[in-house]
Design a protein around this ligand. Structure first.
Ligand SMILES: [Zn+2]
Length: 161
């Protein structure tokens, strides 16, 4: 994972303070909010009429020799993925319920089958290993499986649900 992206509260045992992340470059704990930028083009399911744009907070490290700026992604936003985490969970749940990728693409998302198949491949090859690493860093134990991992990670790290 690039040091530009850091999930909040990923330190062991930390319930953390979302507004004060440590610098991912030097570990310094005093970082100031430094504007936001918008990440656009997220996929949203047909049933949701939200726009697919998210404001990403940037921070400035106040450690004089460092002074890097960095972004902190909201809990539901994954690095390099145009689906929100809950969208990927929805796709994984639908597949586990026996729905075909074709039906998910057509009826839940109005996207091409190719995009859904790519999401399925991202779940397996990118997101699951990333969650496994986060979970292991936070708890020191190993867990496998996308659905088990998302539940565990959200419960132990993000306080998201
Ligand atoms: Zn720094």
């Amino acid at each position: 994972m690039s040091p530009k992206y850091k999930l909040p509260n990923s330190k062991p045992g930390s319930k953390g303070n979302l507004s004060r992340p440590d610098c991912p470059y030097c570990g310094f704990s005093r970082c100031w909010k430094h504007a936001t930028y918008e990440r656009k083009g997220f996929h949203r399911p047909k049933s949701e009429h939200q726009h697919g744009t998210v404001a990403i907070q940037r921070y400035l490290c106040l450690n004089p020799p460092c002074e890097h700026t960095f972004s902190v992604l909201p809990e539901n936003v994954l690095p390099y993925c145009r689906f929100f985490l809950d969208g990927l969970i929805g796709i994984a749940d639908a597949l586990a319920d026996g729905m075909s990728a074709y039906r998910i693409a057509k009826y839940q998302w109005s996207l091409s089958l190719r995009v859904i198949l790519r999401a399925v491949s991202q779940i397996k090859n990118t997101v699951t290993p990333w969650l496994a690493k986060l979970y292991q860093e936070a708890t020191g134990t190993i867990k496998t499986g996308f659905q088990a991992l998302t539940q565990a990670v959200l419960k132990t790290i993000c306080c998201y649900r």
